[in-house]
Design a protein around this ligand. Structure first.
Ligand SMILES: *[C@@H]1O[C@H](CO)[C@@H](O)[C@H](O)[C@H]1NC(C)=O
Ligand SMILES: *[C@@H]1O[C@H](CO)[C@@H](O)[C@H](O)[C@H]1NC(C)=O
Ligand SMILES: *[C@@H]1O[C@H](CO)[C@@H](O)[C@H](O)[C@H]1NC(C)=O
Ligand SMILES: *[C@@H]1O[C@H](CO)[C@@H](O)[C@H](O)[C@H]1NC(C)=O
Ligand SMILES: *[C@@H]1O[C@H](CO)[C@@H](O)[C@H](O)[C@H]1NC(C)=O
Length: 390
């Protein structure tokens, strides 16, 4: 056994004055301070439970880092100027998930000693949760979070216990990614008449963070080409705090940060956003603007709300303006004329062919004339044939 381990064993076996236990929550990749105060500060030693070697050793006004645990190399420091004032806090830089655990601050001066226990928790906060509606399934996902998150699904605020599957993965840094899929079965009587409203909530077990994302599938908007469509955007409760509203269509998107009476352009569409999240899309084109409009709101309070509206545009002759109506009637006139013309040509050709056929028959009959004269019993007599019979 090395002297270092001996010290460690002694620490746990000799009764010492023990300060209060402290818990610190450190953010992944950030620097973190492990606090320790002691009136006995000739020697300061930091240990981590489960590690043989010390995290930090300070003795006789000097650092002794020859036996420092490899995991902590180059990431630790004490505040030398603060030690004489009884501040033996340890600074641990660029926090990793494996740094989580129980630390011990051992301080001594002569025959007096003190140990303090510091519990270190690591958090990689949930920064974003995405919700998607690909094909009858609603998926909700997040990534690079720590510790392992838990997920809940709600349908119109009722907790759904079943009908979803969740896949969790852990990367080499110990961070978690989670994807959950909800099989959503629409009631037959309500499938298109009612909005669908589903919420997924991803949180940590200690409830330190709870990120909720909701998806509303608004009922389809059916309009005629050239008309305006009214769709809904999420509205922030009380319009307080920081939030961003993004409206997307295909590859285009615009940010409507204020729910004010403003006008914007999206994919060539005049968009007007009124209060209460009502959005008017002006003068839509059947070919260019049929599809799904997505309006998303992100707030600083860990919520995302998404509204999907499918806009279905059909053409309608009654809705045409005068110019279009004139153009349409002109087109119809041209088509009708063409049809009549072709029909006439076909008819003429047919009559011409008919008369040519008749002429051929006449010629053949003329050639057969002598025979029919000798044989009057032949029943196949044309009127012209009988003229020549004497
Ligand atoms: C100990 O020193 C550090 C670095 O100056 C400081 O951030 C911390 O607040 C000090 N702790 C106390 C209890 O004074
Ligand atoms: C959700 O998953 C998609 C596809 O794998 C990915 O592009 C996206 O970044 C994920 N979202 C979050 C918040 O991690
Ligand atoms: C779950 O799905 C089954 C059929 O797949 C359905 O009968 C049941 O009502 C669903 N439950 C919930 C809570 O949606
Ligand atoms: C998260 O927040 C939502 C809405 O505020 C709430 O309904 C849900 O119960 C919370 N979930 C957890 C696990 O705390
Ligand atoms: C929004 O602005 C338009 C034109 O700028 C105006 O005609 C309309 O009355 C305004 N609506 C509201 C609710 O203020």
């Amino acid at each position: 056994m090395t002297p270092v381990i001996w010290t460690f064993v002694l620490l746990w076996s000799i009764p010492l004055t023990t300060g209060g236990d402290t818990t610190v929550t450190c953010v992944f990749t950030a620097d973190c301070l492990l606090p320790c105060q002691s009136p006995y500060h000739n020697t300061v030693k930091w240990y981590k439970v489960g590690k043989e070697n010390a995290v930090y050793t300070f003795d006789n006004n000097e650092d002794h880092l020859e036996h420092q645990d490899v995991d902590f190399k180059g990431r630790t420091s004490l505040f030398a100027d603060q030690i004489p004032r009884g501040n033996a806090s340890l600074l641990l830089r660029s926090i990793r998930t494996v740094d989580e655990g129980t630390y011990l601050c051992y301080t001594s001066a002569g025959s007096e000693a003190l140990k303090e226990i510091v519990r270190l928790d690591v958090k990689a906060p949930i920064k974003r949760v995405d919700i998607k509606y690909p094909n009858g399934e609603i998926t909700c996902n997040t990534s690079d979070v720590y510790p392992e998150p838990i997920i809940s699904w709600y349908d119109n605020h009722h907790n759904l216990q079943t009908n979803f599957t969740t896949e969790t993965q852990k990367d080499e840094q110990g961070l978690f990614s989670l994807t959950s899929t909800l099989t959503y079965e629409e009631d037959e009587e309500s499938d298109t008449n009612r909005d669908v409203f589903v919420t997924c909530s991803i949180s940590f077990e200690d409830k330190s963070q709870n990120y909720t994302t909701s998806l509303k599938l608004a009922k389809e908007v059916d309009i005629y080409s050239g008309q305006d469509a009214n769709i809904q955007c999420p509205v922030s409760r009380g319009d307080a705090g920081d939030y961003t509203i993004t409206l997307r269509f295909g590859e285009s998107s615009i940010i409507l940060s204020q729910l004010a009476n403003i006008s914007e352009q999206l994919a060539g569409i005049d968009v007007r956003l009124a209060r209460h999240g009502d959005v008017t899309l002006h003068n839509l084109d059947m070919y260019k603007h049929t599809g799904t409009y997505t309006c998303e709101m992100f707030t600083a309070q860990s919520t995302t709300q998404v509204v999907l509206t499918s806009v279905h545009i059909i053409s309608d002759i009654h809705n045409f303006g005068i110019a279009e109506a004139f153009g349409a009637s002109l087109t119809i006139t041209v088509i009708v004329s063409l049809v009549i013309y072709c029909f006439c040509r076909l008819y003429k050709k047919r009559t011409r062919e008919d008369s040519r056929e008749n002429r051929v028959i006449e010629e053949v009959e003329e050639e057969l004339e002598p025979l029919s004269g000798e044989n009057p019993s032949n029943g196949r007599h044309s009127p012209s044939g009988s003229v020549h019979t004497e």
